[in-house]
Design a protein around this ligand. Structure first.
Ligand code: ASP
Length: 597
């Protein structure tokens, strides 16, 4: 096929921006043919650029040359159209340019295209694998274009806001040492130093703290982080964080900046959110919602009903505490649905699910035999349930209670709370419930490793009043860590940091790191802490998650231009890939058969 050069041809208009007020004007469009309809002497082309579609019409009688060119066009051919804008007889309200069409005078064929392996229209039935293999085609779909445009606008709004707040955006290295955030590192072998490896940063945590030591006072970065985590449904091995750090601050100052950044980010997607965001302590969040990232768009708050069950404990083979929540007006919930909830509780590792249905005169429940009707009335009082309500009750598991010290006992019922809200459609649309969760424990007991691990990361400051508990009662030491939660999603974590070297060393010891190990891994940082470190704190928020929520997307892959699969693969570039023996030789590496898990 004979192709035309681009030459001097330049677009004078964008497809999606053509309006009836411009009728009669000359236009030049450059774009892709989305669709071609051949009515014999008239050929219609839908031409697409990044702003949308425009209808082009080529008339055989009036313009045989343009018509002949239109006849050669196929989907995804790249064209230039020179013509005149005319009002359409039958406007198409589905298109922003639907009131007009371009009457083609000349059509330039700039490139041809193979037939795409899937439809590039709004809805595609192609599998995600096919879409990811041809991501450059998938990205032509309006949904992904819109998502990435939103992402750009959100990032821009955040940058503008932080600039106004006197933050500097400073880049930190990718080739560095391990920065522990609880995942495995991606390692990069060094050629110049055989046998030595860089680690890609799990976060810029140490660097941003070093920038505070350096005196920059306010730092931020929209930064790629790398975590080699066990495969989980919606995680990306590389992801973007809004990472920030401030000197001489208490949590309030960090909250204020993040609230402002969120307000502007959401405004960029036409959603208004109103700071300040509510705050909840970790202990309160677990007591009321059974999770440290509560979705507060709906009620179903937990009540502790241990007293009601005290006497029946042995008969039921359960342990105290026992928690319950009330689903208003749900007494009619079917047996089948209740069985489903019970299965859910079991799948979460729970002991059992009990229920009680509150009627006008009495409470009905399989528990009646054990608790008696007096006990059921007591349950109703304790939960403040009204006639027509359903009470769901989840007891603790004796094994669980005996397990990790201070482990929360409401997580199973907390998960049930969200599950029930979803199943019974109790979550209102269009709500954006931000929430700060504060006062996290400093450590958690890891039954697998049989040692204390940091709940956040080892650089998180303990609460001032708990400094003396670090060694004597680490499980009860509270931290200055906080999370930002939105509609039940954790958007990010942060904390006030340790700025005293002696405290940092004590934390490493509680974590089971000998002074030698600490020196070997973090010596540079421990040294830096001794040169006048200001009190400081910060946070990192997952940008991918924010954008996914704003775009109403369930998967992070829909808001990342070139994402990886859940198996951490790039299907298009086919990465990770084997490398040539020569490359391994140069690095002084030899491959062993992989270890079986
Ligand atoms: N570095 C932490 C993270 O990536 C966030 C922070 O503490 O600022 O989760």
């Amino acid at each position: 096929m004979k192709l035309d050069p681009l030459g001097e041809l330049r677009a004078t208009r964008q497809c999606g921006e053509l309006r009836a007020t411009d009728a009669g004007q000359p236009v030049i469009l450059l774009g892709w043919v989305q669709r071609r309809r051949d009515l014999g002497h008239l050929i219609f082309l839908d031409v697409r650029d990044r702003t949308g579609l425009a209808q082009v019409v080529a008339n055989k009688e009036k313009n045989p040359e343009a018509h002949a060119r239109a006849d050669q066009c196929r989907p995804e051919f790249v064209v230039g159209v020179v013509g005149t804008l005319a009002k359409r007889e039958k406007p198409n309200p589905a298109l922003s340019s639907g009131d007009v069409e371009v009457v083609a005078e000349k059509i330039f064929l700039l490139n041809e295209a193979r037939t795409p392996p899937f439809s590039l229209e709004a809805d595609t039935t192609a599998s995600e694998e096919t879409r990811l293999r041809h991501r450059y085609l998938d990205l032509r779909r309006p949904q992904l274009l819109r998502n990435l445009r939103t992402r750009h606008r959100v990032a821009l709004a955040i940058r503008r806001f932080l600039d106004r707040e006197d933050f500097y955006e400073i880049e930190t290295p990718f080739l560095t040492r391990s920065t522990p955030e609880g995942a495995r590192d991606y390692l990069v072998p060094s050629r110049v130093h055989p046998g030595h490896f860089y680690a890609l940063p799990q976060s810029p945590q140490l660097f941003k703290q070093l920038l505070m030591i350096a005196g920059f006072e306010r730092y931020y970065q929209l930064v790629r982080c790398f975590r080699d985590e066990d495969l989980r449904a919606d995680r990306q091995p590389e992801f973007t964080q809004l990472d920030l750090e401030m000197a001489f601050v208490a949590p309030d100052a960090v909250f204020r900046v993040v609230e402002g950044a969120m307000k502007f980010a959401f405004a960029a997607a036409n959603i208004s959110v109103m700071p300040p965001f509510p705050r909840l302590t970790y202990a309160e969040a677990l007591a009321r919602f059974g999770t440290d990232k509560p979705d507060t768009r709906f009620g179903l708050e937990l009540a502790e009903v241990s007293a009601v069950f005290k006497a029946a404990r042995e008969a039921l083979k359960i342990e105290i505490p026992v928690h319950a929540f009330v689903v208003p007006g749900a007494a009619e919930t079917s047996r089948k649905q209740l069985d489903g909830f019970a299965e859910f509780v079991k799948a979460q590792g729970g002991r059992a699910l009990y229920y009680a249905k509150v009627g006008e005169k009495s409470v009905e429940s399989p528990l009646e035999k054990t608790l008696s009707s007096r006990g059921l009335e007591w349950l109703q009082e304790a939960t403040k349930a009204a006639a027509g309500d359903l009470i769901l009750i989840v007891p603790s598991d004796p094994a669980q209670v005996a397990g990790a010290p201070h482990a929360p006992t409401t997580t199973v019922i907390g998960a049930l709370r969200s599950h029930v809200a979803q199943e019974l459609n109790l979550i209102p649309a269009g709500k954006w419930n931000f929430l700060w969760v504060t006062d996290f424990p400093l450590f958690e007991w890891s039954p697998a490793e049989k040692r204390w691990v940091s709940s956040h990361h080892p650089f998180t400051a303990p609460a001032d009043e708990d400094l003396d508990k670090l060694e004597s009662d680490p499980g009860r030491a509270c931290s200055k860590a906080y999370d930002l939660v939105l509609n039940g999603w954790e958007l990010g974590s942060g904390s006030i940091r340790i700025h005293r070297q002696d405290v940092q060393q004590r934390i490493f010891r509680v974590l089971g790191l000998s002074d030698e190990e600490a020196k070997e891994r973090f010596g540079f940082f421990l040294e830096a802490l001794t040169y006048g470190t200001p009190p400081h704190g910060g946070i990192a928020l997952g940008l991918d998650r924010v954008v996914a929520l704003l775009c109403g997307e369930k998967s992070l892959r829909e808001v990342i231009a070139f994402p990886k699969t859940t198996q951490a693969q790039d299907l298009m570039a086919d990465a990770p890939a084997r490398v040539a023996d020569a490359q391994l030789d140069e690095l002084g590496l030899a491959l062993k058969p992989p270890k079986k898990n």
